[in-house]
Design a protein around this ligand. Structure first.
Ligand code: NAP
Length: 251
C-alpha cells in the first residue's frame, strides 16, 4: 500500500531517541521529510545523521513557548511545506501520585501537558487541509499504571484535549490522533526497569503481562504512527490507538 508520504513534511518533537525517532525513521523510509527535535544538540545531530538527507534537526525544549513556532519555521524554510506533527516528550518521573510534590506536579504539567497542548495549538494554526497532529501518550490514558502517578494524572487529560481538538479542527480538514504505547523497549522503559532495582526481572515481568508475550520494538510503534500520520489514514481522527501487544484491558 502506498501511504502517500512522498515529499510530505513532518515535525517531530522528542525525536532524538525512542518512539519519536522510530516514527521519523518510518516516515523517511516512505519518502517523507522530517524536522526532528529534542533538547540535546548532540542527540539531534546523531538522529539527523541516522535519518539522512530527508531530515533536519532543531535542538529545542518543548517546555519553551517559542519551540513550536521555531519547528514550523524550520519545516517551511528547509522543505517549503508543513503537513503534520508528532508530539512526544520525555515521560514524567515515577512514584505514586500521592508521593509527588507540588513542584513535581508543576514541572510535569509544564512539560508533558502544557508543552504538548501549546505545540498542538501552534501546529494546527500552521497546518492546512490534510494536516495531522499525533500525540504520543500512554496506556495510562485509559488505565492507571502502578507507580506512574504523574502519567496517570496527566495522560487522561491529554487524551481529552486530543479528542476536543479533533472536533475543533476537523472542519478545517485537520486530523488529531493519540497513540497509547504500552511497553516498548526504549530508553524510557530501560530507565523504569532500572528504577525497580532489578531491571532484568522487571523486563521479564513486563513482557509476561503482555498477551503477545514480549515487549514492543520501537519500529513497531514507528510504523503505526507513520500510518496514522499518513494520507492513507485520511478518515481517522479523534481516536486513541493502543500500541501495546494486547495489554490494555479496555475494548
Ligand atoms: N516507551 C514506551 O513503552 C512508552 C510507554 C508509555 C508511554 N511512553 C511515553 O512516550 C513518550 C516517549 O517515550 P520514549 O520511550 O520515546 O522516551 P525516550 O526514549 O526517553 O525518548 C524521549 C525523547 O524525548 C526527548 N525529550 C525529553 N524531554 C524533552 C523536552 N522537554 N523537550 C523536547 N524533547 C524532550 C528526549 O531527548 P532529549 O533528552 O535530548 O531532550 C528523547 O528524544 C514519553 O512521554 C513516554 O512517557 C512511552
Amino acid at each position: 500500500m502506498d501511504l502517500g508520504l512522498a515529499d510530505r513534511v513532518y515535525v517531530l518533537t522528542g525525536a532524538s531517541r525512542g518512539l519519536g525517532l522510530a516514527t521519523a525513521q518510518a516516515l523517511v523510509a516512505d519518502g517523507a521529510k522530517v524536522v526532528v527535535s529534542s533538547r540535546s544538540q548532540a542527540g539531534v545531530d546523531e538522529a539527523v545523521r541516522d535519518l539522512g538527507d530527508g531530515a533536519v534537526g532543531v535542538a529545542a525544549d518543548l517546555t519553551d513557548a517559542d519551540t513550536p513556532g521555531l519547528l514550523v519555521r524550520a519545516a517551511t524554510e528547509r522543505f517549503g511545506r508543513f503537513d503534520g506533527a508528532l508530539i512526544s516528550v520525555g515521560g514524567p518521573g515515577h512514584g505514586t501520585a500521592a508521593a509527588q510534590t507540588d513542584e513535581q506536579w508543576r514541572e510535569a504539567f509544564e512539560t508533558v501537558f502544557l508543552g504538548s497542548v501549546r505545540a498542538a495549538r501552534t501546529f494546527a494554526g500552521a497546518l492546512g487541509a490534510g494536516g495531522v497532529i499525533g500525540f504520543v501518550l500512554s496506556t495510562s490514558a485509559r488505565t492507571p499504571i502502578a507507580g506512574l502517578g504523574l502519567s496517570n494524572g496527566l495522560r487522561p487529560g491529554l487524551a481529552g484535549v486530543a479528542k476536543d481538538m479533533a472536533d475543533e479542527y476537523a472542519p478545517r480538514g485537520i486530523r488529531v490522533v493519540s497513540l497509547l504505547p504500552g511497553r516498548v523497549l526504549t530508553d524510557r522503559n530501560r530507565e523504569l526497569f532500572a528504577a525497580t532495582g532489578d531491571a532484568e526481572k522487571a523486563a521479564v515481568d513486563a513482557a509476561a503481562s503482555v498477551p503477545l508475550g514480549r515487549l514492543g520494538e520501537p519500529e513497531e510503534f514507528g510504523r503505526v504512527a507513520a500510518f496514522l500520520l499518513s494520507p492513507a489514514a485520511s478518515y481517522l481522527t479523534g481516536l486513541a490507538v493502543p500500541v501495546d501487544g494486547g495489554a490494555s484491558r479496555t475494548l
